[in-house]
Ligand binder design. Structure first.
Ligand code: GLP
Length: 263
């Protein structure tokens, strides 16, 4: 895994946006895997800014989101449909027909999960998957003990994740759903490239376990150690418990010129 430590979330998000923008320019019909949560917000803002400047066209891009709450209609303010619309899709030009988010209202959830996996395959697979990480090491909504080979399916959220996410529901834990549909860890691993972001001291334990700990289902993000093209962008507080952080900085500073992440 390539670890990129930046002084601030803003600096890390600019690098993430540059990586995504470069992919969209070199492969205009690329397939992006997108994430929700507070972590990718600045990346989405930066991508929207570049798009507004007229130098980034999403008109041929296809997107697949990681997850959605079960039981929240797309119009619900805390659904991930609404989140993505508010923070990304309304600011760029991805065609509606190319946007994919699991249907948390599906009557037949296993069928919806199978349909979602098939749609990813039909689109040619995900070129780049953007990820945040939960304080317990979850990616998407793959909570600890998730099968590292899992595919899109229903999951039950842990008490910790429900408590972490209650802030989006006005702090009312009772409003946070118990279930979600999430791409599996195996679905995420099938992406050609993975870009995980983590900002803030509350992510430091999860990041250290994911990057330097053993590969274990108890920290689903740790499986990214097995991915051939995985980058992890962290700010200083999130890097705080990485024992080899000086080494990661050294590597990033001494990349060959052609490998540097330009503007
Ligand atoms: C949520 C999402 C994840 C996200 C994580 C961290 O529950 N399902 O995709 O990465 O939790 O959220 P945040 O970025 O707000 O810390």
């Amino acid at each position: 895994m390539e670890i990129i430590i930046q002084p601030t979330p803003e600096a890390g998000s600019i690098i993430a946006a540059r990586i995504i923008a470069k992919l969209v320019r070199t492969k205009p019909d690329c397939v992006l895997g997108l994430a929700t949560g507070s972590t990718p917000l600045a990346t989405y803002r930066e991508l929207a800014r570049i798009h507004r400047e007229g130098v980034l066209d999403f008109s041929k891009v296809t997107t697949f989101n990681l997850d959605e709450y079960v039981g929240l209609p797309p119009g619900h303010s805390q659904s991930y449909h609404a989140f993505m619309d508010e923070h990304f899709f309304r600011h760029v030009n991805v065609p509606r027909s190319r946007i994919h988010i699991p249907d948390g209202m599906a009557r037949d959830i296993p069928a919806e999960c199978a349909r979602y996996e098939a749609a990813i395959v039909a689109a040619g697979g995900i070129d780049l998957q953007l990820l945040g990480i939960g304080t317990d090491g979850h990616i998407g909504f793959n909570e600890p003990s998730s099968s590292l080979a899992s595919r899109t399916r229903i999951k039950t959220l842990t008490e910790r994740t429900r408590a972490d996410n209650a802030r989006f529901f006005g702090g009312d834990l009772d409003q946070v759903p118990f279930h979600c549909i999430t791409m599996g860890v195996g679905s995420i691993m099938a992406a050609r490239e993975v870009l995980m972001l983590a900002f803030g001291a509350n992510k430091a334990d999860a990041v250290a376990a994911a990057v330097e700990g053993p590969i274990a289902a108890m920290n689903p993000a740790s499986v990214l150690q097995m991915h051939a093209v995985a980058k992890c962008i962290v700010d200083e507080p999130a890097a705080g418990k990485l024992t080899r952080r000086d080494y990661y900085r050294w590597v990033f500073e001494h990349k060959p010129g052609w490998q540097k992440i330009g503007g």
